[in-house]
Design a protein around this ligand. Structure first.
Ligand code: SAH
Length: 215
């Protein structure tokens, strides 16, 4: 039997997001709109709307729906932003960003996953304003910089300097920073030349690789 995906998506949005405090109607709308089951590998598809991360192979995971919604809400997107997404993985998070901003560049260090993300985004018709590139996102993606918003889905030992350089004024970045096993999810804002940082929550992400990531 094929699950009723729209009902599962609606239940997830109510129970996992709205009840836990996700309020931005545009974010809730995007989470209701993007077919998460299309981004989950076929063998895990029944878990598409579960309240936990799902393996996407290569030791990587798609974050649980709440974390995606929470990170995206923190970026306060209005619709006209250029966004950098580091860690494309399945492409799901990039699809949600694409529904809320003008354009998204999503960088993925593992070429095989970049291909998966690209194909998922194309199949779901989300590639119009979302571009996947294979490369080291710890160096940002200078070709399309600067960005109004930056979202990082892998944990860094520190904030990579290139990401700060590529963030506009005003601009916002969401990034997990800390030890390999547990981190703080930081919201970094640049406004009128000043950079501020606050801890939004504690979290556990897969490690960021590359030049400014973990060896
Ligand atoms: N946002 C993704 C899940 C990300 S998991 C989704 O919605 O499916 C984190 C991803 O970051 C993994 O795919 C991992 O390969 C990637 N990654 C790790 N270090 C990276 C780097 N330096 N640059 C780009 N991607 C990186």
């Amino acid at each position: 039997m094929i699950p009723d995906w729209p009902s599962e998506r609606k239940a997830m949005t109510e129970q996992q997001l709205r009840r836990r405090g996700i309020r931005d109607p545009r974010v809730l709308g995007a989470m209701l709109e993007i077919p998460r089951e299309e981004f989950v590998p076929p063998e895990s598809r029944v878990c598409s709307y579960g309240d936990e991360p799902v393996s996407i192979g290569y030791g990587q995971t798609i974050s649980q729906p709440y974390i995606t919604a929470f990170m995206v809400e923190l970026l306060e997107l209005q619709g006209d932003e250029a966004v950098l997404d580091v860690g494309a993985g399945s492409g799901y998070h990039a699809a949600v960003l694409g529904a809320l901003a003008a354009s998204v560049v999503s960088v993925e260090i593992l070429p095989a996953l970049a291909a998966v993300a690209e194909s998922n985004l194309t199949r779901t018709g989300r590639h119009r304003n979302v571009t996947v590139v294979a490369g080291d996102g710890s160096r940002g993606w200078p070709g399309r910089a600067p960005y109004d918003a930056i979202s990082v889905a892998a944990a860094a030992p520190d904030v990579p300097p290139a990401l700060l350089e590529q963030l506009k004024d005003p601009g916002r970045m969401v990034i997990p920073v800390g030890a390999r096993t547990d981190q703080e999810l930081l919201v970094i804002t640049r406004k009128e030349g000043r950079i501020e940082s606050r801890v939004a929550t504690y979290c556990r992400f897969v490690p960021l690789r590359g030049e400014r990531g973990w060896r």
